[in-house]
Design a protein around this ligand. Structure first.
Ligand code: MN
Length: 147
């Protein structure tokens, strides 16, 4: 394990591949992943850098594990539970267990963020049709979410 992952500019780190956000699916748009600290780092958490291209979005999901997200680049909005927040660099977003969440980049800007997560974690789940219906009873959430 290298002691230093040199930042090489352009929101990339030396020797760290820019990979897909998730293996497959149409429930997200324009998202890449870089794993900065993986399970081999000797920690109980992983640190990833995600980037959402302009007008993209992450998956609308929830799970038992929590996320701590530090915005690093660009602009966007995030749904956490029943609230939607504008986010900008250096904001910290805390997502608790079983809390619906989705990140969207701004139409004209990417959204890049670090995400800290447990190494041992459950799989994310997407809303059922009934759960989507319940989420959409809030008009702001209905207008925000992408599935
Ligand atoms: Mn998540």
């Amino acid at each position: 394990m290298k002691p230093l992952l040199r930042y090489q500019g352009d929101f990339q780190w030396e020797g760290v591949p820019v990979g897909p956000y998730k293996a497959e699916g149409t429930h997200f748009r324009g998202v890449t992943r870089q794993t900065l600290l993986g399970p081999d780092a000797g920690l109980r958490c992983e640190l990833r850098y995600f980037e959402i291209e302009p007008n993209g979005h992450s998956t609308l999901e929830r799970h038992d594990h929590a996320h701590a997200v530090v915005i690093f680049r660009g602009a966007g909005r995030v749904l956490v539970g029943a609230e939607i927040f504008d986010v900008r660099p250096f904001d910290l977003v805390r997502i608790g267990p079983q809390t619906w969440h989705q990140f969207r980049s701004a139409p004209g800007a990417p959204l890049g963020f670090f995400c800290l997560v447990d190494c041992a974690r459950d799989r994310p789940v997407q809303p059922t049709r009934a759960e989507l219906g319940a989420l959409r009873t809030d008009s702001q959430i209905a207008a925000f979410i992408r599935t």
